[in-house]
Ligand binder design. Structure first.
Ligand code: MTE
Length: 560
């Protein structure tokens, strides 16, 4: 039979292969399907690349004892050389993960582009993808879910996210935009410069000198603004760059006790800010690629935040030396702000007048309105995300799970609010959000200004079949969460803070009929799940059936 259908016609028609769908132009009298962008293979203009020079000399290690650190910000010529190399070739596409199925692998996404870009630029960057993965394997728990192999982005599986109120280091999520620099403690120093009276350089021993700087210890939750992004992706895909849009679930949040000093004390020792400085820009030693350009990881926070002693220079995490993957030997920890501002592998702090214009600050972590997207967005349409709004998530059970219970479904999860607001009340609903049960305070972990609260609750549920369990939190300012994912969907897929919804199949064993049916399964030695497998034995005896109709005949209503 000759057909004009593609073999995957049905999938395409049903929206299961959205990336393949032609764009429809409906502006004329008839619909016109438009061709969609396709990507070719790797191409290289070898001559143009060669003309740039020897990468081993151009892109060298900036400092002895700082493996993987190439400083870009002080060297415009070096940036231009790398840009030339990158624009002298084309790179094959990343795997589609939003409109197509997400791969069932761990690592989920390989980070094809980022690996190729590092290798293409060469020099000190050549070995970074492999070295970074070796650090992941050394420092992280073997059960981590690796969303992106390089730059490494990983989170703990649901069962471990809230297993402890303080997240063990090996299970703390990791969000990287580049490779992991490996820095010698003895060779480490950072500079505090820009608009400060007396710019200075600091070594670790200076920072640890308690006669100069009082020690600070703080338990802080760091949350990435991409946490729970997968809910937005599954509803409506948005911007699909692998690194900025890593498909996070509920684990891109972690809580740890950090030791260090307040950044305010350093600024004070440098004689304070001058010439109207209002922001502090932090420089990370890793290399970030954006739009065929290379740069270090740069963001800024306002002075008001530093002045309030809410920005810390940290070298210890949960009683251990800060792991390399979390910024060894020194990182910034900004309390109550999105994780993006807590810069790792710090090498410079610069006092400036305006918020940083660096891409991570000005082009990413933007919260767009709903009608803004690829077709019309401007960077200035987005709100720069700073404090995370109140959010919560159910870690157990999981969507599509069958739960056999005695009238109460055992639930676990977390609740968090940014900006120094904390969870006051956490509520669960077993009916899609019509009726709510308050989780007793004693079932919530300790209340702290800058941390999440983990919780556990036996949620009353009499009904059976598919039920929607919903979680929401009220924070200390009585803010709560939007009702549906759609309510807060945005092109950048950030800040998924709507009520967390899971659908489970409720089997209530406190009901007699269910108890009997489950006993039948046990006697027959047949597993109950999956729920979709048809019943392997009669649902009732024919005697029963006949008896019922004897008592309830006729089936059709009498017309009298
Ligand atoms: N600092 C540097 N130098 N490079 C980065 O890629 N990622 C930021 C921040 N600091 C990043 C960084 C982001 S987006 C987050 S959410 C946090 O680090 C995550 O911190 P963690 O990896 O220690 O959990």
């Amino acid at each position: 039979m000759k057909t004009t259908n593609r073999p995957d016609e049905w999938k395409i028609e049903q929206g299961l292969a959205g990336a393949e769908l032609p764009v429809l132009d409906m502006t004329g009298p008839k619909n016109v399907p438009l061709t969609i962008q396709t990507f070719g293979q790797l191409t290289k203009n070898e001559e143009a690349i060669k003309a740039v020079g020897d990468p081993e000399k151009l892109f060298t290690r900036e400092r002895e004892g700082w493996v993987g650190f190439v400083e870009w910000e002080n060297y415009p010529d070096k940036k231009a050389a790398a840009h030339k190399i990158l624009t002298s070739q084309t790179f094959p596409p990343n795997p589609e993960f939003q409109l197509g199925p997400i791969p069932g692998t761990n690592p989920v996404l390989p980070g094809t582009h980022w690996k190729m870009w590092h290798h293409a630029v060469g020099g000190e960057l050549t070995k970074i993808p492999e070295d970074s993965w070796a650090t992941v394997l050394k420092e992280k728990h073997p059960d981590m879910l690796h969303l992106l192999q390089f730059p490494y982005n990983g989170e703990p599986p649901k069962r471990l996210v809230t297993a402890k109120e303080i997240t063990p280091n090996s299970l703390h999520f990791v969000r990287n935009h580049g490779g992991i620099p490996l820095i010698d403690y003895d060779k480490f120093s950072f500079i505090m410069d820009g608009l400060v009276k007396n710019p200075r350089e600091y070594k670790m021993d200076d920072l640890m000198d308690e006669s100069r700087f009082p020690r600070m210890e703080k338990t802080v939750t760091i949350q990435c603004s991409g946490t729970r992004r997968i809910e937005q992706i599954l509803l409506y895909p948005g911007q699909g760059d692998e690194v900025p849009q890593a498909p996070w679930a509920e684990g891109a949040i972690g809580t740890a006790t950090y030791v260090g000093i307040s950044l305010k004390k350093i600024i004070k020792e440098c004689g304070g800010l001058i010439d109207g400085a209002k922001h502090l820009e932090f420089y990370g030693a890793d290399t970030y690629f954006k739009d065929d350009k290379v740069m270090n990881y740069l963001v800024s926070v306002p002075w008001s935040k530093v002045k309030a002693n809410e920005v810390m220079l940290a070298w210890e995490m949960n009683g251990e030396v800060l792991p390399a993957i979390h910024g060894y030997p020194l990182r910034i920890v900004v309390f109550g702000y999105i994780g993006a501002r807590s810069v790792k592998w710090l090498y410079r702090i610069k006092a400036i007048k305006e918020p940083s214009r660096a891409p991570v600050q000005s082009q990413e972590y933007l919260y767009f309105p709903q009608q803004v997207g690829k077709h019309n967005f401007k960077l200035t349409d987005g709100i720069q995300i700073q404090e995370m709004p109140v959010s919560s998530a159910i870690m157990s059970p999981w969507t599509k799970q069958v739960c056999i219970h005695n009238g109460k479904i055992r639930c676990k999860g977390w609740a968090y609010s940014g900006g120094g607001r904390w969870p006051e009340r956490v509520e669960l609903s077993a009916d899609g959000g019509f009726n709510w049960y308050t989780i007793p305070i004693d079932n919530l972990s300790k209340k702290r200004k800058w941390t999440w609260r983990t919780w556990e609750y036996e949620l009353p549920c009499d009904v059976e079949g598919w039920v929607e369990i919903v979680c929401r939190c009220w924070d200390s300012a009585l803010n709560t969460q939007p009702t549906f994912t759609r309510t807060a969907w945005n092109w950048g897929l950030h800040v998924t803070h709507s009520c967390h919804r899971i659908s489970i199949y409720s089997v209530n064993k406190s009901r007699k009929a269910t108890q009997d049916r489950l006993a039948e399964f046990e006697e027959a030695g047949i597993p109950f799940g999956p729920i979709t497998v048809p019943l392997a034995f009669p649902s009732q005896t024919w005697d029963d059936y006949e008896k019922f109709w004897k008592e309830h005949d006729p089936r059709d209503a009498e017309d009298d």
